[in-house]
Design a protein around this ligand. Structure first.
Ligand SMILES: NC(=O)c1ccc[n+]([C@@H]2O[C@H](COP(=O)([O-])OP(=O)(O)OC[C@H]3O[C@@H](n4cnc5c(N)ncnc54)[C@H](O)[C@@H]3O)[C@@H](O)[C@H]2O)c1
Length: 251
């Protein structure tokens, strides 16, 4: 039980990779706040039924006051924040299209959720983590930013921003013993991606063909790396981006 007595916030935990991360951390003893713009109560209930401590919260990570309230409520309820996993994103719903066709409003919302969202969450949690001189922050980026995947420029740009934020924030927060790392999944068959037929047809086989381990990737494949970076085993690891993609990207 690596996370006994640890308190973790996982954003975007209502489905897919975020849900799997929340389940893993709770399964190893953490009390988990499942923060999602959609309802995550069914996931939280499932965790409580298994004896875990879990609280679902409606949060828009792109909204400053919503994020502030997430941190305040977590501190009120659990007294601490040890781990923050920035997983929420506009992800499985993205539409593949040439960059010229991306409406400016959609570009802006993508950056607001995928890049500013983690900034707001980290900014809100950091004073508390600093005061305790402890924190584990794990950002979920994407192999598309390493590869320069075409036809999703707004998404790729947002994940590139999150990768570089990971490095710069590791330097800003390290002196208070807060680590900031990223996990970079390859194409992963989350529920959302399984429902996006266009995505499936374009990426599933192509992704497998690029891998040293040539098989599909599932949310369960991602959670071990996140749990490691969120744990005390990784106290001397910071500013790193760990690709979890069957050996597709080497950097
Ligand atoms: N699935 C993949 O192939 C893949 C590959 C690389 C990286 N990733 C990254 O992994 C993470 C999860 O991927 P997924 O496939 O499970 O995504 P998904 O789209 O299925 O789920 C994203 C979750 O984030 C929530 N969310 C969206 N906007 C939000 C907001 N403004 N505030 C709070 N919550 C919000 C959604 O409600 C949802 O529960 C994302 O960061 C994604 O970019 C996924």
């Amino acid at each position: 039980m690596k996370f006994n007595d640890r308190i973790a916030i996982v954003t975007g935990a209502g489905t897919g990779i975020g849900r799997a991360i929340a389940e893993r951390l709770a399964g190893e003893g953490a009390a988990v706040v499942l923060a999602d713009i959609a309802d995550a109560e069914h996931v939280a209930r499932g965790l409580r039924e298994k004896g875990g401590r879990a609280l679902a919260m409606r949060v828009d990570v792109a909204d400053e006051s919503s994020v502030r309230s997430m941190v305040e409520q977590t501190l009120e309820r659990f007294g601490r924040i040890d781990v923050l996993v920035n997983n929420a994103a506009i992800a499985a719903s993205i539409q593949l299209r040439p960059f010229e066709e991306i409406p400016v409003a959609e570009w802006r919302r993508m950056q607001d959720v995928n890049a500013m969202g983690p900034f707001l969450c980290i900014r809100a949690a950091a004073p508390h983590m600093r005061s305790r001189r402890y924190g584990r922050i794990v950002n979920i980026t994407s192999g598309t930013a390493f590869k320069g995947a075409p036809f999703m420029l707004d998404y790729v740009a947002s994940k590139g921003a999150l990768m570089t934020m990971t490095r710069a924030l590791a330097r800003e927060l390290g002196k208070d013993f807060i680590t900031v790392n990223a996990v970079s999944p390859g194409y992963t068959l989350s529920e959302g991606n399984l429902a996006n037929q266009d995505f499936l047809a374009t990426y599933r086989e192509v992704a497998i063909a690029t891998r040293a381990v040539p098989r599909d990737g599932w949310p369960a494949d991602i959670v071990g790396a996140v749990a490691f970076l969120a744990s005390d085993d990784a106290s001397f690891v910071s500013g790193q981006i760990l690709a979890v993609d069957g050996g597709s990207v080497y950097h």
